[in-house]
Design a protein. Structure first.
Length: 251
């Protein structure tokens, strides 16, 4: 567990270091910071620690100035000789608020509180991962499309690709019909199965079945040929070529 101590009194910092060692809490003290300005510089240049012990009144101001200027998500255990800052402390990422002089019992209570919060976060995270793993996403299976003054049902699998032309979005049916859709291409992208459809560029979403050939194009790009033939060239940017090939090969 990587921690930092923000404390401008050497005696108080040494006492905290001693109590942390006595508590059996596995930790590594990355640094001890004495001022607001030093803290801002440190957080700007370094990765966030796992836990912060922070005094409030420092030599050049109060530590809240740090958290107002730098976005810090790290949990904070405040240590101070004054109790008037308690409400303000809990408006930031405060785990606990310990009044000086710090005793072993107060420190152990604060550490246990921190551990419990981390455990809850981990459990919630695992639950979200499991939900995403076991809850299949319902991708769009069909559309109702205006065609010759009627609404006709069209299965998603019957579209070869989707594209923009003159500000309108069209679905190219495998039978050759070009059907107007009342969607944005960005909305379609989230509704289509990513194993079957891919956003090729700003103008096209292609189905796996529509791809007939891929040929080299200038500047390390590629051109995709489709069936039915597309009305415009379908160019894959250099940045997307690798991911496009992996998508096609995976299918």
């Amino acid at each position: 567990m990587k921690i930092i101590i923000i404390e401008d009194e050497a005696a108080a910092a040494n006492q905290l270091k001693y109590l942390l060692k006595q508590s059996g809490f596995e930790h590594e003290i990355l640094t001890i910071i004495e001022t607001v300005s030093e803290a801002i510089e440190w957080f700007t240049k370094n990765d966030s620690p796992d836990l912060i012990f922070s005094d409030i009144q420092l030599a050049d101001g109060i530590s809240f100035e740090i958290y107002e200027q730098i976005s810090i998500k790290t949990p904070i255990i405040f240590t101070t000789a004054f109790d008037e800052y308690a409400i303000r402390a809990f408006k930031v990422n405060s785990v606990d608020y310990i009044l000086k002089p710090i005793d072993e019992e107060s420190l152990r209570f604060a550490i246990e509180k921190f551990k419990n919060q981390q455990l809850i976060k981990q459990e919630v995270f695992q639950q979200l991962i499991q939900q995403q793993s076991f809850t299949p996403k319902n991708y769009r299976k069909s559309f109702l499309v205006k065609y010759r003054n009627k609404l006709i049902p069209v299965k998603t699998s019957e579209f070869a690709y989707f594209f923009i032309e003159n500000g309108l979005v069209f679905g190219q049916h495998i039978d050759g019909r070009k059907l107007v859709l009342d969607f944005k291409l960005e909305d379609l992208e989230t509704q289509l199965d990513p194993d079957e459809f891919v956003r090729a560029n700003r103008q096209y979403i292609l189905s796996h079945e529509s791809v007939e050939a891929i040929e080299p194009y200038n500047n390390s790009r590629v051109m995709v040929h489709t069936n039915p033939n597309s009305p415009f060239e379908i160019i894959i940017s250099k940045e997307k070529v690798t991911s496009f090939k992996k998508w096609y090969e995976k299918g």
